[in-house]
Design a protein around this ligand. Structure first.
Ligand SMILES: [Zn+2]
Length: 243
């Protein structure tokens, strides 16, 4: 056991990562949690604790984004970071979920009102779909820039607004995954219902974040939602032309 730092001192516990002496549950030098031997019981109780007490950052982020998106994101921007997954990680994970579920379960995506219509031959290739899902990252930056000018008096800068958009569009990707599973991408009615759900989700999130009544954020949600969807399709179309 060459790198067993516990051997350095006989009396004081030390960090198993960097070897500093530990005062409390976390290393004051590198931040690693004081480690314990791995056993199945410990894993079991850790999992129970995380799920029942919402200590898992993924679960907590997803639940709070559903319950009160504005409060959660404002808290994150003010500096309450530890309980949550970061905006980039959250949106990459949900984009992956959407891309994998679309490709893996090969959901029917043949609605006539999509750019490729009902002709399966004209349907974009799997890499294009995956690219479209991940386009969320940069298209949301464009939306953030626009949103910043629509809500200028709120005093959030473009990057802070982008944090909001990464969380919200990331969270809405979960909604898209559920709708895709229910077959929404195969019919016009399904796609219209999905679009309505997305606009409603965005309206609610904007109202909650800027503390405004929903009727005032609906026009902004319509503009931003349209730019977002157009951005995703344009991004995918450009990618398709390039490869
Ligand atoms: Zn350490």
């Amino acid at each position: 056991m060459g790198n067993d730092f516990r051997r350095k001192t006989d009396t004081l516990p030390t960090c198993m990562n960097c070897g500093s002496v530990l005062y409390g549950g976390f290393c004051s030098h590198c931040g690693q949690k004081s480690t314990e031997e791995i056993t199945l019981q410990r894993w079991g109780s850790e999992l129970r604790r995380r799920v029942l007490h919402l200590e898992d950052p993924w679960l907590r982020t997803a639940i709070e984004l559903t319950r009160s998106p504005g409060k959660m994101i404002r808290g994150y921007l003010r500096g309450r970071r530890l309980p949550y997954v970061g905006p980039l990680a959250y949106s990459v994970a949900t984009a992956t979920l959407l891309a994998v579920s679309l490709l893996w379960w090969s959901f029917d995506l043949s609605s006539p009102i999509t750019p490729w219509g009902s002709q399966r031959a004209a349907e974009p290739s799997p890499p294009t779909f995956a690219f479209a899902c991940f386009s969320m990252l940069w298209v949301s930056a464009l939306v953030a820039w626009l949103q910043r000018s629509l809500f200028r008096q709120a005093r959030y800068n473009v990057t802070q607004t982008w944090v909001f958009d990464l969380y919200v569009f990331g969270h809405l990707a979960i909604l898209q995954t559920i709708f895709a599973g229910l077959g929404a991408f195969a019919s016009n009615v399904g796609l219209v219902a999905l679009a309505a759900a997305l606009i409603l989700g965005l309206t609610t999130a904007l109202g909650s974040f800027y503390r405004r009544p929903l009727w005032t954020t609906l026009p902004a949600a319509l503009i931003l939602g349209t730019v977002y969807i157009a951005g995703i399709f344009t991004s995918a179309a450009l990618f398709r032309k390039l490869i």
